[in-house]
Structures are given as structure tokens and as C-alpha cells.
Write a protein that binds this ligand. Sequence first.
Ligand code: PRX
Length: 650
Amino acid sequence: MSNRRGPDFETRMAEDEEIPPSPQFVEQATVTDDSVSDEFEENWPDCWARAAATLDWFDPYESVLPDDEPPFEWFAGGTLNACYNCVDRHVEAGAENRVAIKWESHLGETRTYTYQDLYREVNEFAAALRAQGVEADDVVTLYMPMIPELPIAMLACARIGAPHNVVFAGLSADALATRLESADSVFLVTCDGYYRRGSAIFLKSKADDARLKAAHDLEEMVVVEHLGETEHLGAGQHTYEELVAAHAGAEVAPVERAADDVLFLIHTSGTTGEPKRVEHVTGGYLAHVAWTSQTVLDLDPEDTYLCTANIGWISGHSYVVYGPLALGATAVMYEGTPNYPERDRIWDLIEENAVDVFYTAPTAIRSFMKWDTSLPASRDLSSLRLLGTVGEPIDPRAWHWYYEHIGNGNCPIVDTWWQTETGGMMITTLPGVEKMKPGSAGPPLPGVGARVVDGRGEEVPVNEAGYLVLTRPWPGMPLALRHGHRWGEEAAKLDVDGWHYFTGDGAKVDDDGYITVLGRVDDVINVSGHRLGTMEIESAIVGVEGVVEAAVVSVDDAEAGGIHAYVTLETGVSGDDDLRERIAAHVRERIGPIATPDAVVFTPDLPKTRSGKIMRRFLENITNGEEFGDTSALQNPEIVGELESIVRDG
Ligand code: PRX
């Protein structure tokens, strides 16, 4: 397997420390009975009824999983509505005055929505969408920043059975156009703009560009007036405020959806040049995220919870919006970044809101460590009960810093492994039951099947690296996998018996069955917690005049930047700073700033196998100053040494 791994790899391989959860935590934890795993094992798949029981169903399902072959029809026969589960039922149960969403703007202005407020505005916007012609199964694209109107629009879509397709606001107009086309979506909700580190970013103009670039025209565009700077609205364009006002007091009955009707689409990076479309369904997905919010994040309805993920990605869908709201908890949401206006913004949010549960990413923890330990120390973080991380492996040093400086040594940390494709958490400790091992995510959740295998599909020995595969279907699985699709190129690489899904990650297992995830082994890279496809970035780079070939790799040292690009040029084209800037600008335009290379290295050739496949592994070794292995399989082995001197000598 490729050695796409962090600088802390050796430490993580050697780590064997064990930390039990504190007695104070265990005393109040949602799950404290360690027989839960055995119970799931003995009673699989019916055990997953426990997840479905976190929801209210209109028609009860007839079977948890009728067949152990595709199609996997989780909760077959059941009907429900995700918006009803996240909003109405809490109002009906008398929790109408509980805060559902507490939002803070980049300047510290706050807006509070109780479950009653959420009910009102979601209904009004659902009525407005209907009036714009949106019907059940029409896809509504949401290109919005972290403002309350984003979860409101998601819930309004769910209410009328229209799958939403959220596109991260930091992506470019081109990326939005591709995602509108991929989702076959003619409805768009966006906003005039938003603030990031004090500067305004105009989103509506990017949406207008995308409209011109998309292969089909948009029928309707709704614009939230967040900056108050909506200049010109063309035909079929309306402000959100005007639509909601026109439907003041409207009520829309939640549409009954079958368990496997699509709740939303989301695009992520895959191994091809195109974004990968993932569709999640109403029943299994919602059950999975509600159940894991309850058992892994330990959320109670009385809890205030902060997740730093952007709703534009899956973590925000599952654990800012659907999971916490399905349980009736209070979600804190903020606009902007953790270091604006000051680097103690997150600690301020936790103190001000007496946050109980905090979920973030290792990349953020590394920044917090770098910024200043005295910042969290000067705040009262004693409301915290549980901490979580997601998105990339966490090295033991960052783990300990988080445990001690944020959790004061008594909040368990759940290191949750999952993906856009899994919908919800899959590998993590249950915080009230299982000990933690810093650097290792933990065992598969009860009911989840995970194995680490070699290329022939054989289980690898304890503590040896192999490929991480999921061997049992799970409720939050996406539509394609339910229908037996193998997600082609990824699955084809392995020869595993029986149904399985190859995650694209490398991992190892210890004698306790704890899984340590080592990082991606396919053509996807993880850059500061952002998942990016190498092919997507490379196709953008070769779109620049004068460029012949490109290969991008991730840099282990975050200080040195996230992405380095190796580029070959047409004869006579000079590799200078002007071309470097044109390459960066083109990637920004095609994908967005997160994919921009931090360094561009011009080279006469790229290392290739005899069949012509670019071997990024060698480029990674060069970038990260690592030893490179045997180059004899290359058609041009001499280029590796040559490139090493180009990079070393700058
Ligand atoms: O490589 C794994 C890494 O993030 C990938 C999934 O990225 P994405 O679909 O964007 O979803 C991120 C949020 C769920 C995985 O294939 N990853 C995620 N969580 C962890 C992780 N790597 C190690 N440890 C984790 N806890």
C-alpha cells in the first residue's frame, strides 16, 4: 500500500496507552452497559431497531433489513419525515421554548431560534418553496454560508420531500455549476454574501456566474439578504425575506417519505476528475445519525452542543443539523472562523453558552495548540462533558493537549472515524463503556462490521497495515451501496469475499480490536481535514495553457502548506512565477481556494510506471523528505533523483 501517512505515523504505530472514562462521566452516560456490543452481535440486524426507535415513524417499518443481499432496504415499509422528527415532534412534546439553534455572526451578534421559532420559519419557507414550484423529489441546491437560513432551508426541503444538495460556499462558481448539473437541479437558494475574517465575500455574483456556466438554466433562485447588498434581482430571482413574509404563518404538512426516499445529495471528492455524488436516504440515515448523536456524542435534549464543522460538508449535515436536532438538543452555530475576531472565539462560545459537548477536527486542535494554551486556560470551560474529533487521524500529542487543556483531564474524547459515504459515525469508542487509546479511533460501533485486509482480501496480522473495509451493511449507507453498486474502481482493487465496501483508507488493528486509521490509500488526499481528489485538481491544472501534465500530493507538515503540484510544460513554455500564479488562479476558479497548490514545481518529467501511470507515491516521498523505495518499476527511474535535487535546491 502507499505510504500516504503523517509525520506522526511511527508514534501512532507504537502507541499503546489506555485511558478509562472518568467515573463522573460514566455515572451519567447514555450507554454504560458493556453488553451492548454482544447484544448487537447476537441480534444482528434487528439490533438496529434501537437506532430506529430514536425516531417517530408515521407508518412503522415491517422489517429492519429484509435481506442480507442488495438491495439493502433498511426499515422497509416504514414512512417518516425528517423535518417532523427534527422540529414538530419537539414542539408537540412541549419543548417549544427550548433553543434549537443559537447562532453567532462574525461580529458577535446573536440570533436564537427556539423549536417554536424554527417550526414557524421552516413552515413559511417550505410554503414559499412550494409556491416557487418545488415538488417532492425536485432537488434544491443550497449554496449558503453558515447562517441560520441554511439549516432552515434544509429542513424546509425535507418537509416537502425535496432532496437538498448543499454546496460548500467556499467552492467556486464552476464547482457549483458542476454540482447543479450532477444533481439535475433547477432550484437554487443562495445569499448575497457573508463575512470571512472581516471581509465580505459576494456569493450571489458567484451563483450568477454558475447559472451562466451550468448546462441547464435555473428556474428559480432565492437570495438571503445577509449583507443587505442584493443589488439586482433578475427574472426568477427573489429574496428569502420577501418570500417568507409572503407566507407568514403558513403551515405545510410534512410529506410522508418512504424510509429509502432520498433526503439529500452531497458531493465529495472521489478518485476520478468529477465530484462523487452521494445520496442519503431518509429513514436509515436519520436513524444512524440520531442514534450515534445519542450514544457516541452522549447528547441529551437538555444539552448545548457545538460542532465546528461547516454545514457544507457531511459532518455539518449529520452532526450540526440532523443528529442534534432529531434529539431535540441545542446546537450552537457560528459564522466565520475560529480565529476571528480573536483566537479565543471558540472558548468564548463554549463559556458564553455553557456548551456540554464539543466536536471538532484535528486540524483545528493543531491550530489551537499553536495559537496559545493560555487562551482556553483563561476561560471557564467547566461546562464541557465530552469532546469529539473527526476528519483525519489525530496524533497522540494533539490528543493529549485536547484532553488536558480543553477537557481538563475528565472529558472522554471520541475519535470518530466515518466518511461522506457512511453518513454517520462507524468506528469510535462508546464513551461511557470503552477505554480510550490516544491516536486510535477505537472498535467498530456495535453492529458495524469492519476489517483490515491485504490486497487478496485476507485479514492482516495484528498491528500490521492493510486496507480498511466495511463488511456489513449499515443503516446510514447511501443509495448506491444499498443497490449493490460497488463504487467501481475502489472496490475492484480488492478481492474480498462477500459484500463489502472499500473505504479508501489504510488502517491497522490491535489485539483489542481497536482500529487506527493511517490515512487514504487511493487518489484522494486529506488536506487540513478537507477531502480533495488529486484528479480533480490535476485536471484543473492541465487546463492552463502551456501545461502538459500535473500530479498533486499532500504535504504532511501543515506549516509548509497542504498541496504541492508537480507540473510538466510544453516545449518553449517557461516555468516562472507568472505561470505559477496562473495555475493557482485557475484552480481557485475551477474548484475553490481550498484546492489551491501551495507550491508548484516545474519538472521535465513525472515518475511513471511502464504502463504510463503517474506514481504519486514517489512525489510524496520527495515532498515530505522521506526515503523512497524501489524505483525499478518506473520507466524513468532517473527522474526521482533529479526531482529530489530540484525540490531540495529550491
Ligand atoms: O481518511 C478518512 C478521514 O476522512 C475521510 C472521509 O472524509 P469525508 O468524506 O470528507 O468525511 C469527513 C468527515 C466524516 C476518511 O476516509 N477520517 C475521517 N475521520 C477520521 C479520519 N481519519 C482518521 N481518523 C478519523 N477519526
